[in-house]
Design a protein around this ligand. Structure first.
Ligand code: ADP
Ligand code: MG
Length: 266
């Protein structure tokens, strides 16, 4: 069993403090949803935990099974078992999906002989067209196909803990269902492999209909203002963030209007 522990994390960017004290513990098999309005600091949290350049850690700690994550280079964090599914997957012309995964598995001391078969099996599970397996990474893929591709990589690499930064952005309903179900399945798996621990960042409860959270946290103004069970996501859907943050969406009508406009801006 693995544990990602975030304690008193304060971090900033360009001299401005964004995260003002985050405490979160994610264990294998647990699904934690972090929900919050635009600009709350959700992507900053993902970036700081993964070591994305440009962020400054001001205080606090992040450990994976007791090991200091903040002292590691980004690639070391990935090798240690942390994985990020990015909000906007990057296109990498000339770099083949198969080669990236083979390299990543080798770095992790894992075999690659079955990689082709695994890729095909995983592609079938999430409805990712096999033709895309021979493409350069994310090149010429639609938004939904990119997220399916990211989910496929996640399934092949089988990290300990994954951070999903708005897996739902840019996805149609079918792709969202396929990707969310596969992640849910990984978090429930029994047997030799330990189940995946999930930190799912989102601002819609839509994702959480397929990927069922054990814990829901509301992030507003750089800190977690409320934690609870799945019912918190439903409450948020009804009341908007204003009930928790005292700002952002100022009333219910505004909340639905801005949710709707966000849908078209992602
Ligand atoms: P979320 O993902 O919740 O929408 P972000 O973590 O992306 O929010 O951003 C949190 C805050 O940090 C926002 O006010 C945003 O403008 C600011 N911010 C993020 N990245 C940068 C940056 N590179 N330079 C300056 N401000 C930034
Ligand atoms: Mg974001």
């Amino acid at each position: 069993m693995s544990t990602l522990e975030i304690r008193g994390l304060r971090a900033g960017v360009a001299g401005k403090e964004i995260l003002t004290g985050i405490d979160l513990t994610i264990r294998s098999g647990e699904v934690h949803a972090v929900m919050g309005p635009n600009g709350a600091g959700k992507s900053t949290l993902a970036g700081v935990v993964m070591g994305k350049p440009g962020y400054e850690v001001l205080d606090g700690s992040v450990t994976l099974d007791g090991t200091d994550v903040l002292a590691m280079a980004p690639w070391e964090r990935a090798t240690a078992g942390l994985h990020l599914v990015m909000q906007y997957p990057t296109e990498v012309p000339g770099v083949m999906l198969h080669d990236v995964l083979a390299e990543a598995l080798t770095t992790r001391g894992r075999p690659t002989a079955e990689l082709d078969a695994t890729l095909r099996a995983e592609a079938a599970k999430i409805g990712f067209d096999e033709r895309f397996l021979d493409r350069a990474l994310n090149v010429d893929l639609s938004g939904g196909e990119k997220k399916r591709n990211e989910t496929l990589q996640l399934a092949v690499l089988a990290p300990k803990i994954v951070i999903l930064d708005e897996l739902d952005s840019g996805l149609d309903i079918d792709a969202l269902r396929d990707c969310a179900r596969r992640v849910e399945e990984m978090s429930n798996q029994v047997g030799d492999d330990e189940p995946l621990g999930v930190l799912a960042i989102t601002h819609y409860s839509r994702l959480l209909q397929e990927l069922q959270p054990d814990h829901v946290h509301i992030l507003a103004n750089g800190r977690i203002v409320e934690s609870g069970g799945p019912e918190l996501a439903t409450q948020l859907e009804n009341d908007g963030y204003s009930a928790f943050a005292g700002e952002a969406d100022s009333d219910d009508a505004d909340a639905s209007a801005s949710a709707l406009s966000d849908l078209f801006s992602i």
